[in-house]
Design a protein around this ligand. Structure first.
Ligand code: XMP
Length: 319
């Protein structure tokens, strides 16, 4: 794609000019946007870039390991892997209000990021994978379709507070263009095609109070659902798919015994930009097979529902 080839050259030149010989830190979420930003900046300034990946314990099964592997093996980009799950889950204990969850996560994210950034001598710039839709929607939108620091809310003050200047090389791009740029930069296809994942992660897919027990059940059910979608070749037709564990237990029967376990909801939507969305029209066979697998393979869930709400009036996430 010659357009993206030109964009890449131009962006690299601009980054070099902006940054000079100073150091840049980049918050990595494992999402496409921050990953593409990191790789692009690394190409421009090499080891002047340090990435910080904050693991809040609210990622999907195996996700942290995959992100670290992809960055350390494929790119040799200096990466700090900050496992702060105990901190985040501790502060979220007993919290059930969605916006309070977001505020706690956003606040902790800033604290943690700052802690690690302070240790990087001479850092003058903060890199973010801000996209054009983030720029235009940043006020009215509950979330933001991507997962860099900016979408954890109230982060406008972060760079100023830290005395950092922003590097945002994706500011003019839409999601599909970021993916094209990622391909141009040689990121693995599996990475580029990944569904968007919200900054607060599984916290907003666990309506009500978050417990370790619920998170573990949710991770397993989610992994089965995504596995089903991949096995049926549907992953690339879907914008986002996930499981939400519901704050309700329901009665079921397994063999001769009565069960009293959690209900969950499957969510899968098509969308162009996350602003509007339609539920994905799975076949009943697919849904039935998925429900059977989740109930058989995931202890703690005995009822599976499919969310057929479009956006609007629904949102994509459950919180
Ligand atoms: P909703 O649920 O508002 O989500 O329809 C639209 C898109 O935004 C993502 N989302 C978030 N991303 N922080 C984020 O980084 C958030 O607080 C947040 N809330 C929602 C959601 O996954 C979807 O892609």
């Amino acid at each position: 794609d010659w357009t993206m080839g030109a964009y890449r050259e131009d962006a690299i030149a601009k980054i070099k000019q902006q940054v000079g010989d100073k150091r840049v830190i980049c918050g990595l979420s494992g999402g496409v946007d921050s990953s593409v930003a990191a790789v692009l900046i690394h190409e421009a300034i090499g080891d002047q870039l340090t990435c910080v990946f904050v693991d809040h314990g609210l990622l999907r099964e195996n996700e942290a390991a995959e992100v670290v592997k992809m960055f350390t093996e494929n790119y040799k980009i200096p990466l700090i892997h900050a496992d702060e799950s105990e901190l985040f889950l501790g502060k979220l204990n007993g919290v059930s209000d969605p916006e309070t969850k977001r505020k706690i996560i956003g606040g902790l994210f800033i604290d943690v990021f700052q802690k690690y950034a302070n240790g990087i001598e001479g850092a003058e710039f903060l890199a973010q994978g801000t996209l054009y839709p983030d720029v235009i929607e940043s006020v009215s939108f509950s979330g933001g379709p991507s997962v860099t620091i900016k979408s954890h809310h109230n982060v406008g003050g972060l760079p100023e507070k830290m005395g950092l200047k922003l590097v945002e090389p994706l500011r003019e791009l839409f999601k599909d263009e970021v993916r094209a740029l990622g391909r141009e930069l040689g990121l693995p296809a599996s990475f580029i095609g990944r569904h968007p994942f919200p900054g607060p992660g599984l916290a907003i897919r666990c309506p009500g109070e978050i417990t370790i027990e619920k998170l573990e059940i949710l991770k397993k059910a989610d992994a089965v659902f995504i596995d089903q979608i991949r096995k049926h070749g549907l992953y690339d037709d879907i914008w986002q798919a996930f499981v939400a564990i519901l704050p309700v237990r329901t009665v079921g029967v397994m063999g001769d015994a009565r069960t009293y376990d959690f209900a969950c909801a499957l969510r899968a939507v098509t969308s162009v930009d996350g602003m509007t969305a339609d539920y994905y029209p799975f076949t009943h066979d697919f849904l039935g097979e998925t429900a059977t697998r989740i109930i058989n393979e995931v202890q703690g869930i005995n009822r599976v529902t499919y969310d057929i709400t479009s956006k609007p009036p629904g949102t994509i996430e459950w919180e």
